[in-house]
Design a protein around this ligand. Structure first.
Ligand SMILES: [Zn+2]
Length: 427
């Protein structure tokens, strides 16, 4: 969401979503796209509604995940235990218990009716969570352990290609560059082993609320230098609190430098009404981004312009609903809190362009990539073939190499064959 991964955090460990089966489509207005038929048999398998097991085994593409926000409470607890056993004084309570915020301990559907309550609670929860991350994941060992755990969690969730992002941040006795290198060492080791199943690339984030022109340029230069060393850095991101005072134009040179150097530009975009003025959105689009995070408060004509430019939105359903980022829905003069069915995903999906589903902060919102795909299938009546198309449209927007993209497309071809409909359904 709008916080940088420094503010976000992650982690309530226990899945908060209701059993995925309870999220399956029932006949409802949300089934308006009508890919599911409960009547005549036999139903071609690719037209059936995806169930959670299908969404889990679907090769998925995750393009919007913050490293810190993707650390789970279980991982924080494990690191806390490890460090306490060494005698480290961390100054925070055991995270597994402390981060079990009851306001988050329910499924998203039951949350929707009181999303405003969660929206009010979320900023303090971010701060609460951030305190744990910064106290616990502040040594090279802890950062390496947390990175490995995040990669394993995405792999076990059926993610086939991952772009992780992180804001360079110094640790005690460790520079920001060295901290990034620690993360990259883990990713490189991962890509050489388990990465055969989930190649992982890194994006460095520039925080609009914390970085000035010089600091932003340093991050852009660092990203280029690391990429030139052969490390898997593929882009730079704009993140941070959009409500904080910021002259965006002061950051433009850093993004230009990165783009001119061959890195992809991705931007948190139109997260709040206040950060969605014509001037701001025009400025950000002039940076020639490849993808836009969230893209919530975007007028339809501008959406069309984005679509025409081939820029992919990174859409985060649970995050946007649980954090109260979506505009209220007014019908017949009555205002209600928005749910997933009201999410702008539907608009982008129908247009057929590139787009991706992101988790943003699995730790905070407790919705995995599989959960997000189940939500999309449920509320937008997507078929199994649609879900494969979603992965195809997502990988087309990756910042990785053509080989990365061809690999995922090949996996999806194999997946269709394994599902028994590869011969009838082509790309
Ligand atoms: Zn984000």
């Amino acid at each position: 969401m709008r916080e940088s991964d420094d503010n976000s955090s992650d982690a309530l460990s226990s899945p908060t979503l209701p059993p995925p089966s309870s999220l399956l489509p029932s006949p409802s207005p949300s089934m308006r796209r009508g890919s599911v038929s409960a009547v005549s048999a036999p139903v071609p398998p690719e037209t059936r509604a995806p169930d959670p097991a299908f969404c889990l085994r679907l090769p998925k593409v995750e393009l919007h995940a913050h490293l810190n926000g993707s650390i789970t409470a279980d991982t924080l607890q494990a690191i806390w235990d490890m460090r306490r056993s060494r005698g480290d004084e961390l100054g925070v309570a055991p995270p597994a218990a402390a981060l079990k915020d009851p306001s988050h301990a329910q499924g998203i559907d039951s949350c929707v009716s009181r999303a405003h309550v969660l929206a009010d609670a979320t900023p303090s929860f971010f701060a609460h969570f951030g305190a744990f991350v910064y106290r616990i994941v502040n040594t090279p060992d802890a950062l390496a352990t947390a990175t490995r755990a995040v990669l394993l969690n995405f792999l076990s969730d059926g993610v086939a290609y991952l772009e992780l992002r992180t804001t360079p941040r110094a640790l005690p006795d460790t520079t920001a560059e060295e901290a990034v290198r620690i993360v990259l060492r883990e990713i490189v080791a991962w890509n050489a082993s388990d990465g055969a199943s989930m190649p992982t690339r890194l994006i460095l984030s520039i925080d609009r609320a914390r970085h000035d022109t010089g600091a932003a340029m340093e991050i852009a230069e660092l990203a280029l230098r690391l990429r030139d060393e052969g490390l898997p850095v593929v882009g730079v991101d704009l993140c941070g609190d959009p409500a904080a005072p910021c002259d965006l134009r002061s950051l433009a040179p850093a993004f230009k430098r990165a783009r001119d150097g061959g890195l992809g530009v991705v931007l948190h975009f139109a997260e709040t009404p206040g950060s969605s003025t014509d001037a701001e959105l025009d400025e950000l689009l002039s940076w020639e981004p490849r993808r836009l995070g969230h893209a919530i408060h975007v007028p339809v004509p501008l959406r069309e312009r984005i679509l025409d430019a081939g820029i992919a939105p990174e859409l985060c359903l649970s995050c946007n609903v649980l954090a109260g980022m979506l505009p209220p829905v007014v019908k017949d003069g009555v205002e209600r809190a928005p749910g997933i069915v009201d999410h702008h995903f539907g608009w982008w999906w129908d247009k057929g362009g590139p787009l991706s589903l992101g988790t943003d902060d699995v730790g905070v919102f407790q919705a995995t990539s599989t959960d997000e795909h189940v939500h999309a299938a449920t509320h937008f009546a997507l078929s199994r073939k649609d879900m494969v198309d979603l992965s195809r449209r997502a990988i087309s927007a990756a910042l990785g190499s053509d080989e990365d993209k061809q690999r995922v497309q090949g996996l999806l071809d194999s997946f269709c064959r394994d599902e028994g409909w590869g011969r009838r359904v082509s790309r």
